[in-house]
Design a protein around this ligand. Structure first.
Ligand code: MN
Length: 247
C-alpha cells in the first residue's frame, strides 16, 4: 500500500499532478503522513484502496461493479505487472518509468498494458466522487469555456469520444501544452505517453459498465458527466499543471 502511495507522489511531482497524490492519499491510504522516501518507487506494486466506499456511487455504479472492476480487474493488472517485472532488469523501475519505457515496444506489450492499466484505473477512481457531476467552477470552468466554446460543447465532445471509442478504451480531458482537449485512447493507452496531462477520465471498457448499464455505454457516460465527475480533482490537476508550467 505504501509503495503505491509513493509511486503516486512521485508521479505527482513528475507531472505536476499534486491533486492526484492528495486526492488519493486523503482517504485511500492508511498512513498519509509517511514522508516520501528517497529510494526509487518500485515493485511490488499494490492495489490502492478506493477513495470512497464501494457503495458510495450507487445507484450510478453499484458495489458489485466495484467488486469486479476494482477487486478483480484492477487487482489483476497489479498482480500481472509484479509477475512480469519481478527478477528482471525492470524490477527497479517505477510505474511511470515502466509505462514510458514500454510504450510502443511490441516486445514489452504485457508490461505496458498492465502498468498503464494500473495507473489509468487509479486515476479513474479519483475522477469520480459521490455527489459529483455537473459543471465545474473557477479557473477550469473559464478554461473549458475558452477552449471548447462552452461547457455544453465540452460535454458533447467528451460523450462523443467515449461513445465512439471502438472496443475498449478511455475518454479523457487533458491539458495538451496550454490547451484543454478531449482525447480517447484504445485499450491501455494513456495520454501520459503523448506528453499530455490527464485531468479527468472515464473507463469505457465494457467491464466498467456492463453490470449496471448492460450495452448502454452512452447512458453510462451521461451519468458520469451528470452525477459522478470529480471536478474538484480535475481542477486541482489543472491548477497543479498550470503552476508547474509557470514555474
Ligand atoms: Mn477498467
Amino acid at each position: 500500500m505504501l509503495v503505491t502511495r509513493r509511486v503516486l507522489l512521485k508521479t505527482a511531482a513528475k507531472l505536476g499532478l499534486a491533486a492526484f497524490a492528495l486526492g488519493t492519499s486523503k482517504l485511500a491510504f492508511a498512513k498519509p503522513n509517511t514522508p516520501t522516501p528517497s529510494r526509487r518507487d518500485t515493485m511490488p506494486f499494490t492495489l490502492p484502496e478506493l477513495p470512497y466506499a464501494k457503495d458510495a456511487l450507487a445507484p450510478f455504479i453499484s458495489a458489485e461493479t466495484f467488486d469486479f472492476h476494482h477487486g478483480k480487474h484492477h487487482n489483476a493488472y497489479v498482480t500481472n505487472l509484479n509477475k512480469l517485472v519481478e527478477g528482471t532488469d525492470l524490477a527497479n523501475k517505477s510505474l511511470e518509468e515502466l509505462i514510458q519505457l514500454s510504450a510502443g515496444d511490441a516486445s514489452k506489450a504485457g508490461i505496458f498494458n498492465n502498468a498503464a492499466q494500473v495507473w489509468n484505473h487509479t486515476f479513474f477512481w479519483n475522477s469520480m466522487t459521490p455527489n459529483g457531476g455537473g459543471a465545474p467552477t473557477g479557473k477550469l470552468a473559464e478554461k473549458i469555456a475558452a477552449d471548447f466554446g462552452s461547457y455544453e460543447k465540452f460535454v458533447e465532445e467528451f460523450k462523443t469520444a467515449g461513445a465512439t471509442q471502438f472496443g475498449s478504451g478511455w475518454a479523457w480531458l487533458v491539458l495538451d501544452g496550454s490547451t484543454l482537449k478531449v482525447v480517447k485512447t484504445a485499450n491501455a493507452e494513456t495520454p501520459l505517453t503523448k506528453g499530455q496531462t490527464p485531468l479527468l477520465t472515464i473507463d469505457v471498457w465494457e467491464h466498467a459498465y456492463y453490470i449496471d448499464y448492460q450495452n448502454r455505454r452512452p447512458d453510462f457516460i451521461s451519468t458520469f458527466v451528470e452525477k459522478l465527475a470529480n471536478w474538484k480533482f480535475a481542477a486541482a490537476n489543472f491548477e497543479a499543471a498550470s503552476a508547474a508550467k509557470a514555474a
